[in-house]
Ligand binder design. Structure first.
Ligand code: SAM
Length: 290
């Protein structure tokens, strides 16, 4: 429905947690509704009370604040939930963008859901979706990877998943880790297309639409500054086939594999045809030859 025609949810309710999206670099992106909710709730829970205090001050909003971040989220989450259950209303904000997307928030939303506490959203800027829209890469199907882990085994597992991922992938990265991440992506995935979206909504906003090899060269030779979202093209069907579990098998071995899993021969032929992007009749011919 056109938003002009739909009834709005505007009243700040007691006992409700509000997830409030805040600017990712441009103060003008704080919505009127966000300002209203921040002004009317009983208290604000913030990832960094100093940062968010400055944001509120810029709009002349004074509110009691509590901190809620990675290392106190269990204890403070309980305290916030108790205050909500006692009837207070709370706005959750993070350093930038949409709370709960690669920053604290996910856990308190789960806690509220478990305790029957209403949670409402005040949508605002999100670096991931803004970058995706700007990337020039396919947007109809995408996955959000967030920050790649720095732990070796987890990082390798994520890279292996991305190798066969046909959807466009969204990654966050800190500037000092960008080059290492680009090198790892290039090594694991080959020369995929990538759009590097930097400093979105800020004075130096920039989108570099390039390939992984060129991105490595570019950032090896230059300063890496600012905040980045990486939008990575998905694998082509051809790439997926090359790295599939059956890539080294001939057609009869591939059919035999599915038959061993309990499929009928007909079902197995169909599955193999789908895997290989070939006609069923061609698979039949090759199985019959043997
Ligand atoms: N919850 C936030 C969101 O959804 O927009 C993201 C928080 S996450 C801790 C921070 C990461 O978001 C940064 O490391 C960067 O990858 C990305 N980011 C945030 N602001 C950005 C901006 N203005 N331009 C590009 N990337 C940004």
């Amino acid at each position: 429905m056109n938003p002009i025609e739909s009834p709005e949810k505007n009243k700040v309710e007691k006992g409700t947690l509000y997830l409030v999206g805040t600017p990712i670099g441009n103060l003008s992106d704080l919505s009127d509704r966000a300002k209203k909710v921040l002004s009317e709730v009983d208290f604000v829970a913030a990832e960094d009370t100093r940062n968010s205090g400055k944001l509120l001050a810029a709009f002349g909003i004074k509110k009691p604040m509590v901190s809620y971040f990675e290392h106190n989220k269990r204890e403070h989450g309980e305290q916030i939930a108790a205050r909500l259950l006692a009837g207070e209303s709370c706005a959750l904000v993070t350093d930038a963008g949409m709370p709960a997307i690669s920053d604290p928030g996910e856990d308190i939303v789960r806690l509220c859901a478990e305790r029957g506490i209403p949670v409402s959203v005040i949508p605002g800027p999100c670096a991931a979706v803004s970058a995706l829209a700007l990337s020039g890469l396919p947007t109809s199907r995408f996955v959000f990877e967030g920050f790649l882990s720095t732990a070796s085994a987890e990082r390798k597992a994520s890279l292996a998943m991305l190798k066969n991922e046909t959807r466009t992938a969204i990654l966050y990265e800190a500037p000092h880790k960008l080059l290492a991440t680009l090198r790892d992506l290039y090594e694991a995935l080959g020369d995929r297309k990538i759009s590097l979206c930097r400093e979105l909504t800020k004075l130096n906003e920039e989108v570099v639409r390039t390939t992984l090899s060129e991105a490595v060269t570019r950032y090896e030779n230059g300063d890496v500054r600012g905040e980045f979202v990486l939008i990575l093209a998905g694998a082509s069907e051809e790439e997926c086939r090359k790295s599939a579990f059956w890539a080294d098998w001939d057609v009869p071995a591939h059919v035999a594999y599915y038959v061993d899993t309990g499929m009928t021969k007909n079902e197995a032929v169909k599955a193999v045809a789908r895997d290989r992007g070939t006609a069923k009749s061609e698979i039949y011919n090759q199985v019959m030859k043997k």
